[in-house]
Design a protein around this ligand. Structure first.
Ligand code: NAP
Length: 342
C-alpha cells in the first residue's frame, strides 16, 4: 500500500517514519510531504534516501493511507483533498476530532470502529487521532469503566516540551543554556512559544483560555475522553501543566468508580488491558524519561483515596510522540490495511 506522511520533517512525522520502517504491511517507501520550508530535505527509510516534497493536490494520487501531523490549518486544507482522491487520512491535529462525522480512535479502546468504517465508506475518509494526554488517560479509564463502571475522571497533566513540537524542544534548550549562564531565560528571548519560562519551572497553561476558565488542552481532555469512551455523561475535569521534561507526558488521575473496588482487582484490570502495564503496588511507578521510546502506557502509584474504596488514584505515563501520536496513528493505519501494527 502507498502511504504518505504530511509533516514528515516534524517531531511526530519523523517518529512515524521510524515506525513505518518496521511494518511488514508497508511494501513501498512512504511519500514524505512538508511545507516549502523543508521541501528537498532528506530522510532515510530502510537504507534508502527519501526526499521531502512540498505538499500539492497531486501528491495524494494513488495514496491509500496518509498520516497527517502538520497542524490544524494544514489538515483542514489537505484532508479533503486527500480523501477526494480516495485516501484514508489519519489526522494528528485537533482539526477534525470534535466533528461528529469523524471517529476519534484509540485502537485498544474503540479500534473495532475502523473495519466498520472501511466497510461502510469504502475508499477515503478521515479518522482522528486524539490529543496526546487524552490517549494515555483513555486506556486506564476504559479499563476501569469496563470492570467497575467509571463515574468521573479528574486529571492533572505534566506535559513534556516535545508535546509542543521541535520548537518546544528548541525553546527549553535555549532557556536552559541561558539559565546556566546566569541570564534571565524569559520567553521573549527564546521564541515565545510557551506563555512563561518553562526551564526550571511549571506552567499551568496550554493553549488559549476559554470563557469557561479552562485552557484549550484542558477542554480537549474533557471533550475527547467522553467521545472515545462514548460516555457523554462522564464527569471529567483537567488541569494541564507544561513542565521542563524533554519527552513523555505524565498525569495524576482521580477516578471515581461506580462501586468499591479492591486494589488487587483494580491493578489486575489495568494490567490486563491491551497496551497498559500496571507497575505494581502503591509505591511503584515509571517516569517520563523511562517510558520514552516505548509504545506502552504505564500506570503506577495505584491506591485508594483515604476512606474511599470507590475512588482510585493513579499516575500514568506514556511517550507522547509514540502512543500519544505516531504509534496510535500507525496502529490505526495498520487496521485500515487489515493488518496489525508492530
Ligand atoms: N508533539 C506531540 O507530542 C504531538 C502529540 C499529538 C499530536 N501532535 C500534533 O501533531 C502535529 C505535528 O506536531 P509536531 O510535534 O511534529 O510539530 P513540529 O515538530 O513543529 O512539526 C510540524 C510539521 O508540520 C509541517 N507543516 C507545518 N505547517 C505546514 C503546512 N502549512 N503545510 C505542510 N506542512 C506543514 C512542518 O513542515 P516544515 O518543516 O516544512 O515546516 C513539520 O513537518 C500537530 O498538529 C500537533 O498538534 C503532536
Amino acid at each position: 500500500m502507498q502511504t504518505a506522511i504530511l509533516g514528515a520533517s516534524g517531531l511526530v512525522g519523523r517518529t512515524m517514519l521510524g515506525l513505518l520502517e518496521r511494518q511488514d504491511w508497508i511494501d513501498q517507501p512512504p511519500l514524505l510531504l512538508t511545507s516549502s520550508r523543508s521541501a528537498g530535505t532528506r530522510r532515510s527509510f530502510r537504507g534508502e534516501e527519501l526526499v521531502c516534497r512540498e505538499v500539492t493536490e497531486s501528491a495524494f494520487e494513488g495514496v491509500g493511507v496518509a498520516l497527517f501531523s502538520a497542524g490544524g490549518g494544514a489538515s483542514r486544507t489537505w484532508a479533503p483533498v486527500a480523501t477526494e482522491r480516495g485516501a484514508w487520512v489519519v489526522d494528528n491535529s485537533s482539526a477534525w476530532r470534535r466533528d461528529p462525522q469523524v471517529a476519534l480512535v484509540v485502537p485498544e479502546v474503540n479500534g473495532d470502529r475502523v473495519p466498520a468504517l472501511v466497510a461502510g465508506k469504502g475508499e477515503g475518509g478521515i479518522i482522528a487521532n486524539p490529543n496526546c494526554s487524552t490517549i494515555q488517560i483513555a486506556l486506564p479509564c476504559a479499563a476501569l469503566d469496563g470492570e467497575f463502571g467509571l463515574r468521573a475522571a479528574h486529571v492533572t497533566t505534566l506535559q513534556a516540551v516535545s508535546g509542543a513540537g521541535q520548537q518546544g524542544r528548541d525553546e527549553l534548550s535555549e532557556q536552559a543554556v541561558l539559565l546556566a549562564e546566569g541570564e534571565q531565560p524569559d520567553t521573549a528571548r527564546t521564541g515565545g512559544l510557551f506563555p512563561r519560562r518553562v526551564a526550571a519551572n511549571a506552567v499551568p497553561e496550554i493553549g488559549p483560555l476559554g470563557d469557561d476558565g479552562y485552557f484549550e488542552e484542558e477542554r480537549k481532555v474533557h471533550i475527547e475522553l467522553r467521545k472515545i469512551l462514548d460516555r457523554d455523561d462522564l464527569a471529567v475535569s483537567c488541569t494541564a501543566t507544561r513542565v521542563p521534561v524533554w519527552n513523555g507526558h505524565a498525569a495524576a488521575v482521580r477516578a471515581v468508580l461506580e462501586r468499591p473496588a479492591p486494589l488487587d482487582e483494580v491493578r489486575a484490570a489495568l494490567d490486563g488491558f491491551p497496551g497498559l502495564i500496571c507497575d505494581g503496588d502503591a509505591g511503584a511507578y515509571t517516569t517520563p524519561a523511562e517510558v520514552s521510546g516505548r509504545t506502552t502506557i504505564h500506570v503506577g502509584r495505584v491506591r485508594h483515596e483515604p476512606d474511599r474504596a470507590d475512588v482510585v488514584l493513579f499516575w500514568v505515563v506514556a511517550d507522547n510522540l509514540l502512543k500519544g501520536a505516531a504509534w496510535n496513528a500507525v496502529q490505526i493505519a495498520a487496521r485500515l490495511a487489515g493488518a496489525e501494527a508492530r
